[in-house]
Design a protein around this ligand. Sequence first.
Ligand code: MN
Length: 255
Amino acid sequence: MIDFHCHLDLFPRPQAVVSEVEAARIYLLSVTTTPKAFAKTARLPTKASRIRTALGLHPQLAHERHQEVELFCRLISETRYVGEIGLDGGDEFARHIVLQKEVFNRLLRSCSEAGGKFLSIHSRHASGEVLEALEQHPGCGTPILHWFTGPIRDAERAVEMGAWFSVGLPMLRSKRAGSLLAKIPRERILTETDAPFASTKGDAYPQEALSSAVAELAKHWKCAPVDALETLSVNLRTMVGLKHAARALQRMHPA
Ligand code: MN
């Protein structure tokens, strides 16, 4: 199974969760919310792990942590994965939107300079603004819109731009799931938990939420859960391969 957006470092006992995830052989993107959290979080998985750690600066923390943009730029060469980054236009955070955009644009510029990144992106109540910023930084890498809840037209625009989507149970069980999934090609979808914020009961890793998400996707795709699982695993391999393709191209045509 694949969990492409999970906050391992925010569980009360991260090491226990890591052991469980590794034993279950889950491919997991461990996102962080501040650049300062990256080094410690990156040390959680064992060497042979299917866990990858992403460098992030959460939009809901941008007004408190914008000084850490410098640290983000210094650490960017240490990972191929970036997140959680993005914009949040919700009631509590809209008043910081100008600063959020400034931070987001600087992070995207840093990704563009580094090249070949995979970006897990938050776009709550700001999907239009997020897509605008991504359009201004076409070299930033492969965007994966996490827990997308924006308007259908933004979903279509994101698909046209080459964006991917990571979807979890709350989204898949929402009223709009059907209309959104009708617009997103199944070749661009990965699963996620966003644990421990969503899908979680207690302090343990929510494995059932992940298998339920696969079952919900299978319903939408009108296929068996085992086939949905296979599609998702092909998707992950394809997506990671995009980076290899870009690298091979760089080797042939060094800049
Ligand atoms: Mn998150």
